[in-house]
Write a protein that binds this ligand. Structure first.
Ligand code: MLT
Ligand code: MN
Ligand code: ZN
Length: 302
């Protein structure tokens, strides 16, 4: 299995257009130790078969160029066989509209809550119907499906529930305890990779899933719970946004540090997060815990 990080930053990217936080300013000043990052997305493939895009960010156009290899065989071709969505957040779905030039209906995989959100709240699916169209495949948490072309090229994906936080645009329609955010576990040739860019809490079930993975790509949105509040950027804490902070007594680092088996890489990192600065103390804490900070273009072979 091959996994490529196409975007390491959370929504807004680094720098974010309207942000003057220390990291965003440092990138604009081309300071050492911090560089431009695309918005959160990865691609996965097995046996050199076509890639699957996981989440379609507003940066999808540049991101798909990272997947081009080999000589094209026809005048139009797509580097991806389909798109999987962990949730219906704007930063994870807006890229779909940018793929409207597709010569075939887009193959999109997601849960029913995501499909409904993208039909009723942020109607990308109905809009795309007037362009290339969408072929929707339902992903039900706990029920793996094979994305591979045939039995010899298995690439299994299993969705698992992560959070009940609806996108802001669906808040008025959300029902209590509905699953709005899932993670994905991919399995191919005996190797396992788990992707969880929206981690609201870490319970034993999720920790066991992480421990039995060979690599995990996990939510690194905020260093501390009140990161955006203390910078005067927002009034919601990280936890209220469905993202467990990294530091602190109940933060994710202390749990992740105890996992022995998987390679651990942080993704979906907000531009305010001090771990993005290579020489920061916070970055050292993460690295001492045996956890890596993701990077755009990083490829993981399993
Ligand atoms: C998230 O990561 O929780 C969302 O991207 C937040 C948002 O888009 O408002
Ligand atoms: Mn996000
Ligand atoms: Zn910023």
């Amino acid at each position: 299995m091959e996994v490529k990080i196409l975007g390491t930053a959370a929504g807004g990217g680094l720098p974010q257009w309207n942000c003057n936080c220390p990291n965003c300013q440092a990138v604009r000043a081309s300071s050492a130790g911090v560089c431009w990052l695309n918005q959160s997305s990865i691609a996965v493939r097995a046996n050199n078969q076509p890639w699957f895009l996981v989440n379609a960010s507003p940066d999808v156009r540049q991101q798909l160029e990272l997947l081009r290899d080999g000589k094209p065989v026809s005048i139009r071709s797509s580097p991806i066989a389909g798109i999987l969505l962990t949730d219906a957040e704007i930063d994870h779905t807006t890229g779909l509209i940018l793929l409207r030039e597709s010569s075939e209906p887009l193959r999109v995989y997601g849960t029913d809550t995501v499909r409904i959100a993208l039909t009723e709240g942020f109607p990308l699916l109905s809009t795309l119907a007037g362009y290339c169209g969408v072929k929707w495949s339902l992903l039900e948490p706990g029920i793996p499906i094979n994305l591979g072309l045939d039995a010899a090229n298995q690439l299994e994906v299993e969705a698992f529930p992560l959070a009940a936080k609806p996108p802001k645009y669906m808040r008025h329609k959300a029902v209590a305890d509905e699953v709005w955010v899932v993670g994905f576990t991919f399995r191919a040739s005996g190797k396992v990779m788990t992707y969880a860019p929206g981690l609201a809490q870490l319970d034993d079930t999720v920790l066991e899933r992480f421990e039995s993975s060979d690599c995990i790509l996990i939510d690194g949105t905020c260093w501390q719970d009140d990161e955006l509040v203390s910078l005067g950027i927002a009034n919601r804490k990280a936890r209220e946004m469905g993202h467990l902070p990294l530091s602190g007594a109940e933060g994710s680092i202390q749990h992740l540090a105890q996992l022995r088996h998987p390679r651990k890489i942080l993704v979906h990192i907000n531009n305010t997060n001090p771990i993005l600065m290579a020489n920061s103390q916070e970055r050292q804490v993460v690295e001492k815990a045996g956890i890596e900070v993701g990077d755009d273009g990083l490829t993981i072979e399993l």
